[in-house]
Design a binder for this molecule. Structure first.
Ligand SMILES: *[C@@H]1O[C@H](CO)[C@@H](O)[C@H](O)[C@H]1NC(C)=O
Ligand SMILES: *[C@@H]1O[C@H](CO)[C@@H](O)[C@H](O)[C@H]1NC(C)=O
Ligand SMILES: *[C@@H]1O[C@H](CO)[C@@H](O)[C@H](O)[C@H]1NC(C)=O
Length: 374
């Protein structure tokens, strides 16, 4: 390396010397054309002595550069030797002792972990993948998924996340197989069977250390960052501990046949649960047990599983509900009136001067989440 630097520097010096010699010879051998003499009066007027002095100074500078380069070369060699020693001192079979810096989970920052819970029992993995992908596609914060699983879904769920190996994404499986008896007594005709009713058990199943959680259905598609939902927890009053979007159909208006509900009722596909307030302010289990027993005689069974029961609880205690804007759960299901959320309402559209022809696209950009069975 040293030899190479020296030889290339020498080559450069010889090149420069050669060039200067050429012009020197040209000037003083009187073979220059008349034109050069005419157009270069400066060159002609510089005395020969100054030329020599400038050239000597220039060559001296070049030679001094060589010693600078040599010193740098020496320093690099020392560094290389040093790092080689470091690698030699680490045995091959031991991993490098690199510590990943701990980033504080600070509220209101991009480092705040968002907790998401969902029931994933039976053959749920396939159904849930599009939802997870759309959620992860828009998120920036770390996410901790809390999966309520049974023996069938436990392994696929772990496998899914272990193979994805996503940065800042954690998951915890809670096997609730043995808890199914706690909801099996509720007569239910919804196609989701007993699994949807397990959503009533979140305050029992999730650990006390978990204060807030966003509960999601598997058939959602996210079109915005879930942090927008997470921030709503801070806007809840002391009494409010359930955040929901209204059901976009007139289902619950048929008060003869339906479970009691506030107004047109709420949809439980996206649900904010402040677990800390629930545990502190209420006896959640008796709250929903009472709601079931009070209505079961008249209605015989639930048609929409957990949603009927939660609506009955809200009807009784309307102060617990925090209303979420319908854009966060645009419902595409039977008899839906979802168009009321984004359809003809111009005030829903972000931006001001959209043209009528592209309005429907503008609306689509505005949807926060779409809820519907695929
Ligand atoms: C919370 O409430 C404030 C004040 O009403 C409002 O400006 C803000 O948009 C709300 N945040 C969310 C996430 O709803
Ligand atoms: C709301 O009511 C409709 C019936 O009109 C029902 O099919 C639906 O499941 C309920 N909730 C949702 C998901 O919209
Ligand atoms: C939430 O919406 C329902 C139905 O529109 C309404 O009756 C209730 O007053 C609202 N609650 C709050 C706290 O805004």
């Amino acid at each position: 390396m040293k030899e190479h630097i020296r030889s290339s520097a020498l080559g450069y010096i010889l090149h420069v010397v050669g060039k200067n010699l050429q012009s020197f010879r040209g000037k003083h051998a009187h073979v220059q054309s008349w034109k050069i003499q005419q157009y270069n009066p400066m060159m002609r007027s510089i005395p020969f002595g100054i030329w020599i002095a400038v050239s000597v100074a220039y060559y001296w500078w070049l030679i001094s550069r060589i010693s600078v380069l040599e010193n740098q070369n020496k320093a690099i060699k020392t560094q290389l030797k040093f790092s080689r020693n470091v690698f030699e001192s680490v045995p091959d079979d031991k991993p490098l002792n690199y510590k990943i810096p701990v980033i504080p989970d600070e509220s209101g920052t991009i480092c705040e972990t968002i907790h998401v819970a969902l029931v994933c029992m039976g053959k749920c993995t396939r159904l849930v993948i599009p939802m997870l992908k759309s959620l992860l596609n828009h998120r920036q914060n770390p996410i901790h998924f809390h999966f309520i699983v049974d023996s069938t879904s436990q392994l696929p769920t772990s496998k899914l996340f272990d193979t994805w190996d996503l940065p800042d994404v954690k998951y915890t499986n809670y096997n609730a197989q043995h808890r199914l008896s706690k909801v099996r007594w509720v007569p239910n005709t919804h196609y989701s069977g007993v699994f949807a009713l397990v959503k009533l058990l979140f305050p029992d199943i999730l650990p006390n250390s978990l204060h807030r959680v966003i509960v999601l259905d598997a058939d959602l598609t996210f079109m915005c960052d879930i942090v927008e939902l997470w921030r709503m927890f801070n806007n809840m009053t002391e009494d409010q501990f359930v955040g929901l979007v209204e059901n976009e159909s007139n289902w619950y208006y048929d008060t003869e046949k339906r479970w009691p509900a506030l107004g047109r009722g709420y949809n439980t596909g996206v649900m904010l649960l402040d677990l800390m307030k629930i545990r502190r302010n209420t006896d959640w289990t008796s709250l929903w047990h009472d709601a079931v027993t009070e209505n079961l005689e008249r209605l015989k069974h639930t048609m929409l599983a957990d949603q009927d029961i939660i609506n009955a609880v809200i009807k009784k205690y309307p102060h617990i509900i925090y209303n979420i804007s319908c854009q966060y759960n645009v419902q595409m299901s039977t008899y839906t009136l979802a168009k009321n959320c984004y359809g003809e309402d111009r005030s829903n559209v972000k931006g001001t001067n959209e043209m009528p022809a592209i309005r429907s696209e503008a609306h689509l950009c505005h949807l926060k989440a779409v809820h519907g069975h695929l």
